[in-house]
Design a protein around this ligand. Structure first.
Ligand code: SF4
Length: 212
C-alpha cells in the first residue's frame, strides 16, 4: 500500500495548511476505490471567503476530463439558474461531496453511477476542509448525496428543500435539488416547472446571503 492508499477515510491526508495546500494534497488521494475510475481529483473552485458554497454530488464526464466542477450539461443549467436568481458564480465556491467520477461503461459512453455511503464517508474530510478554509456564510447542498453527506442519511431533499437546517458547518445550511434532475425531467413542461422551483430556491439563497 503506497502513501494515500487507506481505503477508509481521507482524513489523515488532509493537511493543516491553507486551501491551496488542501487542494494539492487531494490530487494524490487514494482513500477509496474511486481514484481508479476517475481521470483526476476534481476539487472545488472559488475564493477563500466566498459568501456561499454550493456542494454537488460528484464530477460528471465533462468535469472529470476538465478537472473542474460544474462545467458539463448540469453545470450549464446551474449557471442559468444562478443568473436568474441574481447570484454571481464567480463570487461563490463550487464543489462536490465526492471528488472522483464514478461511472460504468455503456458502449463508448461513461454513465454516471451514484457514489455509495462508504465512498461519501471516505471523501467527506476534503469537503469539511473546504468548508473550514472558505468559511462560507451559506452552504447549499445540491441533491441527495450532498445533503446526506452534510446533514445525515435521514435527510430527504424532497421534504426539506429550501428550508434552512441547524448545522455546525455554517451559519446557514440549506438543500435543494441537483441541477441534473432538471435535465432528467420527463418533458418540456416538467423541465420548466423544475427549473422555476430550482430558481426559487436559489433566490432564497440570495436572500440568505444578503442577510449576512
Ligand atoms: S473519491 Fe474522494 S476519498 Fe475517494 S479517492 Fe477520490 S478524493 Fe479520495
Amino acid at each position: 500500500m503506497s502513501q494515500g492508499e487507506l481505503f477508509d477515510s481521507a482524513a489523515p491526508l488532509v493537511p493543516d495548511g491553507p486551501l491551496d495546500e488542501v487542494r494539492d494534497a487531494a490530487q494524490g488521494c487514494k482513500a477509496c476505490e474511486l481514484w481508479k475510475s476517475g481521470t483526476q481529483t476534481v476539487f472545488g473552485e472559488g475564493g477563500k471567503g466566498s459568501t456561499v458554497m454550493f456542494v454537488g454530488e460528484q464530477p460528471g464526464n465533462d468535469e472529470d476530463l476538465a478537472g473542474r466542477p460544474f462545467v458539463g450539461p448540469a453545470g450549464r443549467v446551474f449557471d442559468r439558474a444562478l443568473d436568474e436568481a441574481g447570484i454571481d458564480r464567480t463570487l461563490a465556491y463550487v464543489t462536490n461531496a465526492v471528488k472522483h467520477f464514478k461511472w460504468t461503461p455503456r458502449g463508448k459512453r461513461r454513465i454516471h453511477q451514484k457514489p455509495n455511503w462508504t465512498e461519501m464517508n471516505a471523501c467527506r474530510p476534503w469537503l469539511e476542509a473546504e468548508i473550514d478554509r472558505v468559511q462560507p456564510q451559506v452552504v447549499v447542498a445540491l441533491g441527495a448525496t450532498a445533503a446526506q453527506t452534510l446533514l445525515g442519511r435521514d435527510f430527504r431533499v424532497t421534504k426539506q428543500r429550501g428550508v434552512p437546517v441547524d448545522s455546525p458547518l455554517a451559519p446557514v445550511v440549506v438543500a435543494t435539488v441537483h441541477p441534473s434532475s432538471i435535465l432528467r425531467a420527463g418533458d418540456d413542461a416538467a423541465r420548466e416547472a423544475a427549473m422555476a422551483d430550482f430558481v426559487d430556491d436559489l433566490r432564497e439563497v440570495a436572500r440568505l446571503m444578503a442577510s449576512d
